[in-house]
Ligand binder design. Structure first.
Ligand SMILES: [Zn+2]
Length: 362
């Protein structure tokens, strides 16, 4: 199967599951431990002389399947000598007489390069990268000495990438203290999060305006390798190219739209990822049925006005759903006094309302 094909993962899992079952039933008692993660397996054999027999059995399944084996080796660094070690995934397994120990494993090919502190990402992204690495490394360590070694490695790595020493030190301190980590995790679960694209200088102001509101910003970078390389997507408006424009664009898909009332200045603001015509037809059916849950039908019922469906305008064209929802919330917030919308405000709208009030954007 080709790599990347949707069926490949499913079929590979099936084949490897079949091999797992075959080997466990064939070698039974000789196999003290067998753990597979994707295509890497860690196993403990009761008799090391059976290793070749097991490998031959695995390689007889199919001519195109070739399994390689790594066995524990005398530690190459003085740290674990004279014990044997074996890397498995992100772990370095150490064969200690009292039981297997784990340390965080760094591939020899890995460099100390990571996202530089000066690169244009939200400050919490830099913190999260650092905290994530500390948390992951510490979780792999069986002893405090190992954690201390990881702390030294991480400090050196992040200093080289321009991170302030004080930030590195406090992050390591925080992660060393498990209690504070648990408290921090509990606290963040009560917050509501909205996803916004990161724009240096603006996101910081936005984030400040939301302080104390219980709403946090999850910043994303709208320009990714995918958006840069996928020409067919970018030609249909990439996430960073929201187009503001008037005129009837009812043939557009993925838009924030405005439907005006014929008799008063009120408008209905909505968004759809589908074709705008399809959405207008749905509104039309609701109006004909006098569906009270539809804001347009309700306005007709309350006032006797007519809705100008033909005057529907696409206010923004945006294929990225998250950005489109934010644009919709923003449009509702700046038109707050003249929208027909009846749905209760969501986190996006609360955030935009707060920002607009704080900085009087209207
Ligand atoms: Zn009206």
């Amino acid at each position: 199967m080709p790599a990347g094909c949707a069926l490949s993962t499913f079929l590979c899992d099936g084949v490897l599951d079949f091999i797992d079952q075959a080997i466990v039933s064939k070698f039974g008692d000789d196999l003290l431990f067998w753990f597979r993660f994707l295509d890497d397996t860690f196993a403990i054999l009761a008799d090391k002389h059976k290793l070749n027999t097991v490998q031959d059995f695995l390689n007889e399944f199919h001519e195109s399947l070739n399994f390689t084996v790594e066995v524990e080796q005398k530690a190459t660094s003085n740290v674990y000598a004279p014990l044997n070690t074996l890397p498995f995934l992100d772990l370095l397994l150490i064969n200690n007489p009292a039981g297997i120990l784990c340390d965080h494993f760094i591939k020899p090919s890995q460099t100390t390069r990571t996202i530089n502190f000066s690169s244009a990402h939200a400050p919490n992204v830099h913190r999260a990268i650092l905290m994530g690495e500390i948390k992951r490394s510490f979780a792999h360590c069986s002893t405090t000495t190992m954690k201390k070694r990881q702390a030294v490695r991480i400090k050196y790595k992040y200093l080289q990438n321009g991170y302030p020493e004080s930030l590195i030190d406090t992050s390591i301190m925080k992660m060393s203290n498990l209690d504070s980590v648990t408290k921090r995790d509990q606290k963040t679960t009560q917050d509501r999060w909205i996803k916004v694209p990161y724009v240096k200088g603006i996101t910081e102001v936005f984030s400040k305006a939301l302080k104390g509101s219980g709403i946090k910003l999850a910043c994303s970078n709208p320009v990714t390798i995918r958006t840069l390389s996928n020409k067919s997507r970018s030609s249909q408006h990439s996430p960073s190219q929201s187009t503001e424009g008037g005129g009837e664009q009812s043939g557009n898909a993925a838009v924030v739209y405005a439907i005006p009332c014929t008799n008063c200045p009120m408008v209905y603001i909505g968004q759809t990822g589908r074709n705008l015509n399809t959405r207008i037809n749905e509104h039309n059916r609701c109006i004909k049925k006098a569906d009270k849950s539809n804001a347009l039908a309700r306005h007709i019922n309350d006032t006797g006005h007519e809705i100008n469906l033909k005057g529907t305008k696409a206010v923004y064209v945006e294929r990225n759903a998250s950005i489109r929802l934010n644009l919709e919330a923003y449009t509702i917030a700046v038109n707050a006094t003249r929208t027909l919308n009846i749905s209760p405000p969501n986190s996006n709208m609360i955030a935009w309302n707060k920002l607009i009030r704080a900085y009087d954007v209207t």
